[in-house]
Design a protein around this ligand. Sequence first.
Ligand code: ADP
Ligand code: MG
Length: 718
Amino acid sequence: MAQSASASSKSSKQEASASTDGRVAAPARSAPQKAMDKLGLVRDIDLALHLPLRYEDETRLTLLRDARDGQTVQIEGVVSDNRIEARGRRQLIVRLDDGTGEVLLRFLNFYGSQQKSWAPGVRLRVRGELRHGFWGREMVHPTVRIVSGNTPLASSLTPVYPTSAGLPQAYLRKAVASALTRAPLEELIPPELLPGRWPRLREALDFLHHPSPEVSLLALEDHSHPAWQRLKFEELLAQQVSQMKARAERAHLKAPVLSATPQGLRDRLLGVLPFELTGAQRKVCEEIALDLHKPQPMHRLLQGDVGSGKTVVAALAAAVAMDAGWQCALMAPTEILAEQHFRKLVGWLEPLGIKVAWLTGSLKAKAKREQIAAVASGEAQLVVGTHAVIQDQVTFARLGLALIDEQHRFGVAQRLQLRRKLESSELEPHLLMMSATPIPRTLAMTYLADLEVSTIDELPPGRTPIVTKVFADTRRPEVIERIRDEVARGRQVYWVCPLIDETEDSDQAADEAAGRASNSRPPLDLSNVTQTHQELGESLAGFGVGLLHGRLPAAEKADVMARFASGELSVLVATTVIEVGVDVPNASLMVIEHAERFGLSQLHQLRGRVGRGAVASVCVLLYASPLSDSGKQRLKAMAETTDGFEIARRDLEIRGPGEFMGSRQSGAALLRFADLNEDQGLVARARQVAETMLRDHPDAAQRHVARWLGQKSEYLKA
Ligand code: ADP
Ligand code: MG
């Protein structure tokens, strides 16, 4: 880290000496500069690595006579007329003549000054899509330049960069071009580790920013050109190196050596469980036991499909740590989920003499103080809660093992906070993360090179497969009849509604982190879920129909859940707050309304709430037409498979890896150029080269990471 800090301050010094716009001396930033900061375009190297999305060809002119409608072309001509058309929508219309034909330029947004400067007789070079309009050929909002008869044409293709509001292309182009001349781009990867046909980094960048017009646009745009290969490889290498370093750093950390003793707490817990572990559960328990027995902190991801039984595996690991006198913490992303864990663990462990503390943001001050005191004194051996568990006021007497459920659903801020918490003790605690979203292998290799992965690949016996049906929402009355049958037979039903903007997890987490009261959150549109609740209440008179959503007070949520769990409520109308962890084996039917609005892995998680008992379960996906293509693909995938790995694979296919990993939410665009589906070969090569560089050229490896990731490398560790 120290090295990367010095590398970036070095580059900003270079920037200071080279900068002529006074930007370093005067801290006031212009709007485009601020927009660049936001995009992470801070150092010269950041700009140099900000690659075009596509290109425009301004190297040649097309004669109107030769241009086809629908073509995007650059033409040059003389203004013959201009006027403001006031009928209908106000617009500026400029008539341009290039000697072989005429075209109308239409501007719906314009300044009065533009009408003046684009006066008859002025020569314009314009670029846009030619189409056939009402009054003949036209271009709507072309780019316009005033030229003289001998203004030269561009000599290379014009880059079009990813940008954001307040940052015009022209500004960004200039900033990138000048940063490119200053950025330190010396070769850091020893040439013998690269294929000979790849260009050097500087050449690759010069080329990608300003390619010559002869090059195949296709090779540029599908990223198969060797210059692109080089850049993608660089990016993957940075990621591999930073993760291998993190892993190596961890090897120097010390953690308590833990092992189960015969007849100890672990064995006693196994003795009171109402079921036998599956083979898969036993296998992952072994893997975890080996880690706990090492003097370095465990850093393991436990993945297993919804309902595969991760909680008991976590509890068994905790039993080992607690038996040796260490404390454990179990953290879940939502209060509902945390509470499920709390109940289950209290049920299993309190009879064995373990005191379990409970910590969430919604606790009253006094109760919170008591719980925190019990954790600080060591009186509570286990604490369960939301991320309130890692808040600053919480100190552990002897934390030996941290368990994080659905860890990817925590925001970056919380993950960094967790790291700080873990690092604050002299011996680092072991860390076990759990996820029901299986991560495909290439993704795991790329993003999670720093994690060991254990997989539960078998469901407990006695589960009956879920049948999934996809219906248009016009069949809603029929579905309600079906619900009536089900509840009349004593079964229970979930009805899930989407909530525009239901962001319970992250909102609540952010609020709790900022110490804000949860009622300061903006109002949500709850009309869908409350209307459905009312409707079902009326059509199913005589049966208990409950309502659950993220904005209910915690006590009410808990009450509704308890009444559903006890069977007092037959139907639970809920938003996605039930997505994770809710466990009512008697529930045999789930209806998901507006299923087309949910993501695939979310649908899979939701569906996992049924099919937990011995009765055959059904999941009905109601959709509103028309379906988008990806909506269709998602629903089709749901109907075709219940296998979490297959779902994850398709999800990756539909959404792409960036989205999949929630990198937007994390604020770090982790992979910008490489595509894990297409570039699997590059991933494997990057892994090898990363190993070699760390061994033989550690300084260059470190500089490579700093160059590529800069401040983002912190996020990667989170
Ligand atoms: P998830 O992996 O989705 O977190 P849970 O840990 O909540 O799954 O387990 C789902 C349900 O299966 C729980 O009711 C749990 O007690 C039960 N369960 C776990 N392991 C077994 C097993 N080996 N045999 C039978 N039931 C089990
Ligand atoms: Mg779980």
